[in-house]
Design a protein around this ligand. Structure first.
Ligand SMILES: Cc1cc2nc3c(=O)[nH]c(=O)nc-3n(C[C@H](O)[C@H](O)[C@H](O)COP(=O)(O)OP(=O)(O)OC[C@H]3O[C@@H](n4cnc5c(N)ncnc54)[C@H](O)[C@@H]3O)c2cc1C
Length: 454
């Protein structure tokens, strides 16, 4: 356990009520909180960001279709009105399981009687952490804004260059990983370039941008049946995405990527390949699965610690047939609601719900602005119908009426006009897009001070 933490908010002496601490206000943590707020407890919610984020629509922020505030809500605005809820902004970096204390970096400790760990996952680089310096990922709002900046600035820099090779590299975008995130990002990038930006440049033609989706696997969206993944590939290619399969990423550097022995010169590489659970297993001294997720019992608790639960992406829950549940929002939400019931039963407020059972409501992936594939209640859907189902489900799952209304309006506008309303880039960049290709990157990043008038 990290040292030098000062006690803060909830020492056990301050309250007669049981303290339930939830780390992570994503899908799992928020759902647990919503089910617990009405109980006579002190509920402490801790997150390193101030908002709950709807990650499935992040790719739309990264491609300028939606604004950050359309897909995120401040946690305080969602639960802060309940007098028994405290929202703490902080980064948890350890747990003293014997003393039942949670450590918040540079802030202090929180005593708990029950702990729900719902800290999610992060991208992993398959042992090549050096690639992170060059490729951008899509997990948080800052990530999405960084991708948006890189994409929009790449076109703007290309417009002012003369060198053909520089222009080609600036307008080449490689997405690594052909799961739902890679497919959604590459499809949306293609539409941005070929429809939205097409008419707005004079010296380059954005519709000629090269957008590639690469994966070492033999097909895209491998978790879907073959016919649906073949349809999705065709739909992507129709949008102008070049799909490269059986192509292992061997290197990412300042000049692009090497896949299957071939170097592709690209100013922008986006990484959507592998994920790994946040390091909660180490805090808890618990057994971790291969992806570092906490191996949990049939009631989502940590073996030997019935008072500690791990849910969502940070947990590895094995079903009766020995399979581990996937890292998906519905799994996290259902586990959140479930552990709230288990905690209520421990407090003597209701019957124990029995072992956790996941209800698979289906999976979907969207390709561009009007095509999707879906597996819903055993039915295989594709095309417009699947896209309508995808749109409806995502609108309903978004938190808050305001967000739903704004996202619906933006989608309707984009459907008819290809317009994207969130294209402002503000602030000075830390990295010049395509810096390794441009002749004067330092000059672009640190322009010389204006000469004083003689
Ligand atoms: C781009 C993208 C697209 C996706 N699309 C889909 C989709 O279409 N359908 C689907 O079902 N799933 C999708 N997913 C997966 C889905 O978002 C996750 O499975 C889901 O968010 C997991 O919920 P969670 O509660 O476990 O974690 P999260 O929702 O990730 O929440 C974790 C929270 O913990 C906080 N946190 C992390 N570490 C700490 C710490 N040390 N201290 C304090 N706070 C911390 C984070 O800030 C975050 O708020 C997508 C994911 C991504 C990245």
């Amino acid at each position: 356990m990290p040292s030098e933490h000062q006690p803060i908010l909830f020492t056990r002496e301050e309250t007669t009520k049981p303290i339930v601490a939830i780390v992570g206000c994503g899908f799992g943590g928020l759902q647990a909180a919503m089910h617990l707020v009405r109980h006579d407890i002190e509920l402490v919610m801790i997150d390193r960001t101030n908002h709950h984020l709807f990650q499935p629509l992040l790719y739309q922020v990264s491609t300028a279709a939606l604004a950050p505030s359309d897909i995120a809500s401040p946690v305080r605005s969602l639960v802060g009105k309940h007098r028994n809820v405290s929202v703490i902004f902080g980064d948890v970096d350890g747990v003293d399981v014997a003393a039942r204390k949670l450590c918040v970096r540079d802030t202090g400790t929180i005593d708990y009687d029950y702990l729900v760990v719902a800290t999610g996952s992060a991208y992993t680089w398959f042992g090549h952490d050096e690639w992170a310096e060059h490729a951008a990922v899509l997990k948080t709002l800052p990530d999405a804004l960084e991708i948006r900046r890189r994409v929009l600035e790449a076109f703007d820099w290309a417009e002012s260059r003369d060198d053909k090779e520089e222009i080609t590299a600036l307008t080449t975008f490689v997405v690594v990983g052909a799961g739902p995130t890679g497919v959604e990002l590459s499809g949306s990038l293609a539409e941005l370039a070929r429809a939205t930006l097409k008419a707005e440049y004079r010296h380059i033609d954005p519709s000629k941008a090269r957008i590639m989706l690469v994966d070492a696997a033999p097909r895209i969206l491998g978790e879907f049946p073959e016919a649906l993944s073949a349809y999705a590939k065709q739909a992507l290619e129709h949008l102008g995405v070049e799909v490269r399969l059986n192509a292992k990423c061997e290197r990412i550097d300042g000049r692009g990527i090497v896949i299957g022995g071939e170097r592709i010169e690209a100013a922008n590489v986006f990484w959507a390949a592998g994920t790994r659970a946040q390091p909660a297993a180490q805090w808890l001294g618990a057994r971790a699965a291969k992806n570092n997720a906490v191996e949990v019992t049939e009631e989502c608790s940590v073996p030997g610690h019935p008072e500690i639960f791990a849910i969502g992406d940070v947990s590895a829950f094995k079903t009766a047939d020995g399979k581990t549940l996937p890292a998906l929002a519905p799994v996290a939400k259902q586990q959140g609601a479930y552990v709230a019931k288990v905690i209520a039963s421990r407090l003597g407020r209701r019957k124990h719900p029995g072992p956790f059972k996941y209800t698979n409501l289906g999976t979907m992936a969207v390709i561009g602005r009007s095509h999707a594939i879906a597996l819903l209640a055993g039915m295989k859907l594709k095309g417009r119908l699947a896209w309508l189902a995808w749109s409806l489900v995502h609108l309903l799952l978004l938190i808050g009426f305001r967000n739903r209304l704004i996202v619906f309006t933006n989608w309707a506008y984009a459907f008819f006009t290809y317009g994207r309303g969130s294209r402002l880039v503000v602030g000075r960049p830390k990295r010049v897009v395509g810096g390794d290709f441009l002749t004067d990157p330092e000059e672009l990043l640190n322009p010389a001070a204006p000469q004083a008038a003689e």
